[in-house]
Design a protein around this ligand. Structure first.
Ligand code: ADP
Ligand code: MG
Length: 701
């Protein structure tokens, strides 16, 4: 079908007048024939199958059952009347329930005559019921003709109220297919169609809208999901390849004294296999002539710092400078302190630059940086100031990636002639499928192994009623010399309430843990930065035993002596936040604990979150559960939601298809980077349209 036909304004479709056109545009973003064609049903009503009552499952799907009403009664309840009918087939009985229109139904329902009923079932106390079933006498049902699988299209309240019902959309779709003669251009290559046994574009489009059977529908969905994911991956991988061929980087050819001496004489511990693998991946990147653009994922405590240092040493060995940027002052200071110790043993200069660096020191750093005396610079956003000019920055490392926007990252780039290699480190595990979709254009390294001898953090869930026991436990731990975090939620919408909770909590803790025996710190977002810093430092130095805080406690802060993490109102935290918070403990030699305090009222999701935390400390496993609970959009924030604005595929449910799509996209580009072969012409043509449209389906047709 030629593209012009599909670009015809929707107003020209028979059955669409100016009013309907307007509504379709406003409500569903349908401007052209193509937009309508790519309006895929959300779901289908399966009228091909009939269930027996005894076969019903506790799912929420629609079912169709043949049976008779044997009895009907009105039940009075506090909340109003309802009409209840007993419905039976030869395998059992269930109830049909009406809350509205009871009079009419009561008068028109026939007893002991076969009906076909259709609707969603509820399960309660061992029996099923169906509220407001669609009903038809079996006799009439058998005479009527209907497509077996009925598509249900996305809709809005306004559309429904304006008479553009599902039935109307359905007939418009029929009209569109009639006019187009289902003559749609193939968008994948024959090789892909054959190798993956995919149905043609024509067949897929027809069956997504008018499925002949479950099997036809499944093949159509598979093909369209594959296609959607394939083109996203093709774009991402191509971007990565272009980046590699176009953006040259400094080639760090040698591994020299700094790296070798450190490796042979000063390694404070044996590297884990994962650390070795990641260092190798980074070394390969740095040794090629393309600029490295790599994301390093590793759970809290997995040992990313040493990887950062060894990467920086490679830069130094090749005559370049390196920098490490962290999101907060405290984190920068901690990085600086631990790296300073290690650099001292090598002949390497290292400095710290933050917002509170004194002017004279600052000037000294600027100077040494420009004349090349300084090898490594650690710091906060202060590194991005215009005055900070490197002589030859070869490697920039960014810790805790999601606190920095892309803009800030690229600012670092423009510090010298060539862009430095960039390593972004994050402690937030991102499920593989999500990483593929969102960071598919970056190279990804994963440290999926914790250093040996790490004791698992004992995690328990306690109800508020057990608070006294928890206090006793805290006292025991403090008497052993340990320190304790107590964290309160701070959720924007209820800020005032949250502060009240925090202050009430703080007061009760001070009462329970009085001076002079106990010292309690408090840190929250309404404090001045200097005061926060002061309190944090008191805790870091061990002057206070308890740190009461909102979630402002810094990501990545390292207080090895803190061995207990109490999370108040834990049901209000998200999984990744709980995991991050728990990561604050378990950093020393002692057994650590995480206690999740909640009220008795817990939603199903909250229960799943708590059970997950108690069951596992594997960040990737937790991230997978989080992805399933929240969906990809929420997980990544709005920033990248564009990439995830999928029309038919679902990166959680279709993760297998995603992997296949990525691997075929990579293979296709490897064999034919410019998609120049005749075979790949359909892909090339489709790909060429990619940039032109907002949504991936606007060009796939
Ligand atoms: P993160 O990935 O959270 O930044 P760090 O680099 O801070 O983790 O490492 C956490 C702790 O584990 C540090 O005290 C570090 O010295 C230690 N560590 C890192 N790698 C190893 C290893 N291979 N063997 C033993 N201890 C290690
Ligand atoms: Mg770290």
């Amino acid at each position: 079908m030629n593209a012009n036909f599909l670009q015809t304004p929707i107003d020209y479709l028979k059955g669409v007048g100016p009013n309907r056109a307007d509504l379709l545009k406003k409500e569903l973003g349908i401007h052209t024939f193509q937009d309508l064609l790519n309006l895929f049903p959300n779901r289908y009503l399966d009228r091909t199958q009939y269930y027996k009552i005894a076969q019903l499952q506790q799912t929420n799907a629609e079912v169709q059952i043949i049976g008779k009403i044997t009895h009907i009664k009105t039940v009075e309840q506090k909340r109003g009347k309802r009409l209840v009918a007993t419905f039976m087939d030869e395998t059992g009985s269930m109830e049909l329930v009406w809350f509205r229109g009871q009079k009419w139904i009561r008068e028109n329902l026939k007893l002991n005559v076969p009906y076909v009923i259709f609707g969603k079932t509820n399960y309660f106390n061992g029996s099923f019921s169906m509220p407001h079933p669609e009903m038809e006498l079996l006799e009439a049902h058998e005479k009527s003709i209907r497509s077996a699988m009925q598509p249900v299209y996305p809709s809005t309240e306004k559309l429904g109220n304006s008479g553009i019902t599902n039935r109307v959309i359905n007939s418009l779709m029929q009209q569109l297919f009639l006019e187009s003669k289902n003559n749609f251009v193939e968008t994948l290559s024959n090789t892909l169609l054959e190798q993956l046994k995919l149905v043609s574009k024509k067949e897929a489009l027809f069956n997504i809208h008018f499925p002949k059977s479950q099997a036809h529908l499944a093949r159509a969905q598979y093909r369209l999901k594959f296609e959607e994911l394939f083109y996203i991956q093709l774009q991402l991988i191509r971007k990565n390849l272009i980046h590699k061929s176009k953006i040259k980087g400094y080639t760090f050819e040698k591994i020299g004294d700094n790296f070798n001496t450190f490796f042979s004489d000063h390694l404070p511990f044996k590297l884990t296999e994962a650390q070795k693998r990641v260092i190798k991946e980074i070394r390969n990147d740095l040794g090629s002539n393309a600029q490295m653009n790599r994301l390093l994922q590793g759970d809290v405590g997995s040992g990313k710092t040493i990887v950062a240092l060894m990467s920086m040493l490679i830069a130094l060995d090749n005559g370049f400078q390196a920098c490490l940027m962290a999101p907060t002052e405290i984190l920068s200071v901690q990085h600086y302190n631990s790296l300073f110790e290690m650099c001292k043993k090598l002949n390497t200069s290292i400095e710290l630059l933050t917002g509170s660096t004194k002017t004279s020191k600052r000037r000294e750093i600027h100077e040494k940086l420009e004349n090349g005396e300084l090898d490594i610079l650690i710091g906060t956003h202060a590194l991005l100031e215009d005055k900070v000019k490197f002589k030859n920055l070869g490697l920039a490392i960014v810790d805790e990636q999601h606190r920095f926007g892309v803009e800030q990252r690229s600012k670092l780039w423009h510090k010298n002639d060539y862009p430095p290699h960039v390593l972004v480190m994050t402690a937030t595990p991102i499920p593989r499928t999500l990483a593929m979709s969102v960071y598919g254009d970056l190279d990804i390294s994963v440290i999926d192994e914790l250093p040996p001898g790490r004791k698992d953090i004992k995690t328990v869930h306690r109800f508020d009623a057990n608070r006294l026991k928890v206090f006793r436990f805290i006292k025991d731990e403090i008497s052993k010399g340990r320190q304790v975090y107590i964290v309160y939620p701070l959720i924007q919408e209820s800020e005032t309430m949250d502060y009240k909770d925090l202050m009430d909590g703080y007061e009760s803790i001070v009462r329970e843990f009085p001076l002079p025996e106990f010292q309690v710190s408090i840190v929250h977002g309404q404090m001045k930065p200097a005061d926060k810093e002061y309190e944090m430092n008191r805790f870091i130095k061990g002057e206070t035993q308890i740190m009461v805080a909102t979630t402002v406690i810094e990501v990545g802060v390292n207080v090895p002596n803190a061995s207990v993490m109490i999370i108040e109102s834990a049901e209000r935290f998200g999984l990744s936040q709980l995991h991050q918070l728990r990561g604050r403990v378990g950093r020393g030699a002692e057994q650590s604990y995480c206690i999740l305090m909640t009220s008795h009222k817990l939603s199903a999701d909250a229960k799943t979150r708590l059970e997950t935390m108690v069951r596992t400390s594997d960040g990737f496993e937790i991230a997978e559960v989080d992805l399933k609970l929240r969906g990809p959009g929420d997980l990544m924030g709005t920033q990248q939601s564009g990439v995830l604005n999928l029309r038919i595929a679902d990166i959680v449910k279709d993760s297998e298809i995603l992997k296949i799509a990525r691997s075929y996209a990579a293979q296709t580009l490897k064999a034919d980077p410019n998609l120049a072969s005749e075979e790949n012409t359909p892909i090339k043509n489709t790909y060429a349209q990619l940039g032109k449209y907002r949504n991936i389906w606007n060009y796939i047709s």
